[in-house]
Design a protein around this ligand. Structure first.
Ligand SMILES: [Zn+2]
Length: 230
C-alpha cells in the first residue's frame, strides 16, 4: 500500500532510504520527504512560556524533554533561542545602594571539572537584578558588572572581602562589613533551589558554560525582568 503525502495530501509516496531505523518516504508529486512515524512532536511556540516557568521551578533539560514530549536537542535549541532574546533592563535610577556577589558553580565534561562563577548585582532596596556575568572570577568579569553599576552613579556598593573589588569600585563608597550583603546571599540560596543545575550535592550539573549562562538569564528574565511574549 502506498503512503499518502502529509504535505499535499494527494501525492503518492515511494520508499526512499531509512533514517534512525525509520522508513523514509518521498512524495512523487511535491518531492517532500517524510518519515513513517515520528518519535517526538513538532515544537509549538506556546510551550516557550512553560519552558521559562519550569526552568525556574528546578526542572532540568531531561525532565523538560520527558514532560513536554520534545527531544532534548529541541529543548536545548529553544532555551538558547529564548536566552538570546532576553534583554537586560535599562534602569533610570541613581543614588541607590547595590550588592554584588559571586556564586560558585562548575561546568563538567567527561573527566574535567572547571569552576565557574555567577557574578551579579542587585539593588538592595528594590531587589532589582542589574546585571549578571557568568565565567571565571576574574577582574574582567567583575568589571563588567561593576562598570554597569557605576553608570547609575550609585551611593554605595556592598561586596564581600575579595581583594579585586577595592580597585574596581574606587571612586564610589565601598562597604565590605559582615551581614551587609545579606540580601544577595539570600538570593543565592533562591538560585540554588530554583535552578536545577545549581543545586548542590546532586548529580545535576552544567555541561557547557553557554547553557549555564542561558539558564541563569532565563531565570532572571522570568522572575526579575518580566520578559514579554508576543
Ligand atoms: Zn506531496
Amino acid at each position: 500500500m502506498m503512503k499518502l503525502c502529509i504535505y499535499c495530501s494527494t501525492g503518492q509516496c515511494i520508499k526512499k532510504g531509512v533514517r534512525n531505523n525509520k522508513q523514509r518516504f518521498q512524495c512523487k508529486s511535491c518531492g517532500k520527504y517524510q518519515l513513517k512515524y515520528y518519535t517526538y512532536k513538532l515544537y509549538n511556540k506556546l510551550d516557550d512560556k512553560i519552558i521559562m516557568f519550569l526552568n525556574a521551578e528546578s526542572v532540568g533539560i531531561s525532565s523538560l524533554s520527558r514532560f513536554l514530549g520534545y527531544s532534548k536537542q529541541t529543548i536545548l535549541k529553544r532555551i538558547t533561542f529564548l536566552a538570546s532574546r532576553v534583554s537586560k533592563p535599562r534602569l533610570y535610577e541613581y543614588n541607590q545602594v547595590y550588592e554584588v556577589d559571586e556564586m560558585w558553580t562548575y561546568v563538567s565534561s567527561c573527566r574535567t571539572r572547571d569552576v565557574r562563577w555567577i557574578t551579579y548585582a542587585m539593588n538592595r532596596k528594590t531587589n532589582q537584578i542589574v546585571d549578571v556575568a557568568v565565567g571565571a572570577r576574574s577582574k574582567e568579569n567583575l568589571a563588567k558588572v561593576i562598570n554597569k553599576l557605576k553608570l547609575l552613579s550609585p551611593k554605595k556598593i556592598i561586596t564581600d572581602k575579595l581583594s579585586v573589588y577595592p580597585n574596581l569600585i574606587i571612586p564610589v563608597e565601598h562597604d565590605t562589613r559582615r551581614y551587609k550583603n545579606n540580601k544577595i546571599e539570600r538570593s543565592n540560596l533562591n538560585l540554588r533551589t530554583h535552578i536545577k543545575r545549581l543545586s548542590r550535592k546532586t548529580i545535576c550539573y552544567s555541561k557547557s558554560e553557554k547553557m549555564l549562562e542561558n539558564c541563569v538569564l532565563l531565570y532572571f528574565s522570568w522572575h526579575n525582568w518580566q520578559m514579554k511574549f508576543e
